[in-house]
Design a protein around this ligand. Structure first.
Ligand code: HXC
Length: 514
């Protein structure tokens, strides 16, 4: 056979496979407002960068009529390409082929690209759109999931792992995304649950839609399983590209430095935080008053809003921000906000990203609900994450730093490298009102004018403790700085901490309060 005819045969074979499950299935996919697997990869990666592998893989199922079925690519596309010039590995499940269900060869393809990503130390992106374990393949499908979960765990903390939920992700399949670092969801398209509406109806007799059970909003606002929410696939791909260009490609690298731009003038730090400590403000504006070009990539924006986490750059260098949010529940710590911040801190620590903490909180949220939900266990995660982290840690106390919150939010005692406080900072065991009511209770009760005495005692406590100078006198904070000096102090701290090296006791691993 001449080479031309061999090339013709190759083209024909590729052409056939490129249509996935056929025009009817593609039309159904489009009718659901979804792109095809191939279109998604092309839209996400740099133009002409995608190289596909294992295109001719065939399924290996023999039961339930499967021996006569053709499943192009076995329902998943794998390959490598780049995003903003950064090499990435990617797989995309093709729902048009047997519902993107996962059989043995489908799983082997995903495992292969996961191995490439890990061995070559590049980010892995998995686009999930699947009916789950291929029912006809029985235990082979389950084995396939196990292989994927193991690789997710092995890669954790070595390469960034990104999951994109662009269709159903049901049953045990949800655990691969749950083991990865960032989960992206799209409104009306993402559906994630362990047991679907059918099972719930059968077992519990309750009717619920897929959307209500595990739609994009549910996972962004309620469960905390999703980290980025978008209203369209296109918006989602823009978010992923931005994230990839901000974080390091693996745990031995730093994020690429980019040219410095000053924060935008509309984020004037002196205007952002009101002088009156009882008036709340949006801490995201403080972050934007510190970051280059006032750019901030917020992670888990819709979940546990009382803490804000995300990435920004200071003088070109990517840093992770952890900030109490006074406009949501006065910025208190609770179960969810502790979980959210602890996980983010561990991500930053694994990937050489310095942590900047902005502190302003009245303490932990009191109440039976929180106690019974395990605020002790969840709150401990935050202490653990800060203590464990060895990347540069810089803390700025903006206003309140009370009680356990003072310790938990990246204090000197958990080994922050630099702690700065603004002149209006209040660092104390508890708020002046509560403190005065407890320690001067008798005096207040017995006074001729209890209300006046209470006020006087609150003032006395405030003057004595609710300021930054008691902590500064002990060296617990390094400097009391004016708000407008914050960016300069943080940037300097980052520059001197560039080669930070600390040694910790040798151990296999710690036992964090999971
Ligand atoms: C084999 C499957 C499949 C599956 C879908 N298909 N899921 N084939 N195994 N798990 C096939 C359908 O038979 C159909 O084939 C095609 O994919 C499209 O599916 P539809 O049902 O027509 O699509 P739609 O109406 O959009 O519904 C999508 C769906 C539904 C909600 C995902 O297909 C569904 O409920 N699938 C089963 C989900 C599930 O229970 N999976 C197993 C979970 S257990 P044809 O040939 O008609 O086009 C699990 C264990 C993993 O995953 C454990 C790991 C630890």
């Amino acid at each position: 056979m001449q080479i031309e005819s061999k090339l013709y045969e190759l083209e024909k074979r590729k052409e056939k496979i490129s249509h996935g499950g056929g025009m009817k299935a593609i039309e159904k996919q489009k009718a659901m407002g979804k792109l095809t697997a191939r279109e998604r990869i092309i839209a996400l990666l740099d133009a002409d960068s995608f190289h596909e592998y294992d295109i001719f893989v065939e399924h290996d199922a023999h039961d339930f009529g499967m021996q006569n079925k053709e499943l192009p690519g076995d329902g998943v596309i794998i390959g490598t390409g780049s995003i903003c010039g950064v090499p990435v590995a990617i797989f995309a499940q093709d729902f048009t082929v047997a519902g993107g269900s996962l059989g043995l060869m489908h799983a082997r393809k995903i495992s292969k690209i996961m191995d490439y990503a890990l061995n070559m130390r590049m980010p892995l992106i998995g686009i999930n759109d699947s009916g789950g374990a291929r029912i006809q393949e029985g235990v082979n499908a389950l084995a396939g999931y196990g292989e994927i979960f193991f690789r997710n765990t092995l890669s954790s903390g070595v390469i960034p792992q990104i999951s994109v939920i662009l269709g159903p992700c049901a049953g045990g399949a949800v655990y691969s995304p749950a083991l990865t670092d960032f989960v992206f969801v799209v409104d009306n398209i993402s559906k994630m649950f362990i047991t679907g509406p059918e099972v719930i109806k059968t077992v519990l007799g309750e009717e619920i839609s897929q959307e209500e059970l595990g739609g994009a909003r549910v996972h962004s606002e309620i469960t905390g399983n999703a980290h980025f929410f978008a209203t369209s696939e296109e918006e989602c791909f823009v978010q992923i590209r931005k994230l990839i260009s901000t974080i390091p490609a693996n745990n031995t690298e730093k994020a690429p430095l980019i040219e410095t731009a000053e924060p935008k003038p509309e984020y004037d730090i002196n205007q952002v935080v009101p002088g009156d400590p009882t008036i709340p403000y949006d801490v995201r504006n403080v972050i934007k008053s510190l970051t280059d070009d006032s750019d901030f990539i917020e992670v888990m924006e819709l979940f546990a809003g009382n803490i804000v986490v995300g990435f920004g750059r200071i003088e070109g260098e990517t840093v992770g921000f952890v900030a109490n949010q006074p406009i949501v529940m006065a910025g208190v710590l609770d179960c969810d906000s502790s979980d959210k911040a602890a996980r983010f801190i561990r991500y930053c620590d694994a990937f050489n990203i310095p942590i900047v903490t902005l502190e302003d909180l009245p303490g932990y949220l009191p109440g039976v609900d929180q106690e019974h939900a395990g605020v002790i266990r969840h709150g401990a995660k935050l202490l653990y994450a800060y203590s464990e982290a060895t990347v540069p840690k810089i803390t700025v106390i903006l206003r309140k730093a009370y009680g356990g919150g003072y310790i938990a939010m990246g204090s000197r005692h958990l080994r922050a490298d630099f702690v700065f406080a603004w002149p209006g900072a209040e660092i104390a065991v508890m708020g002046p009102e509560g403190a005065a009511n407890i320690i001067f209770r008798k005096e207040i009760m017995e006074a001729e004018n209890p209300e006046e005495t209470r006020k006087a005692k609150i003032q006395e406590y405030k003057e004595k403790f609710a300021n930054p100078y008691v902590a500064a006198a002990k060296g617990y904070i390094d400097s009391v700085i004016a708000p407008e000096e914050t960016r300069r102090f943080v940037a300097h701290a980052l520059s001197v901490a560039k080669h930070k090296t600390v040694l910790r006791p040798t151990k296999k691993h710690g036992i964090p309060p999971f």
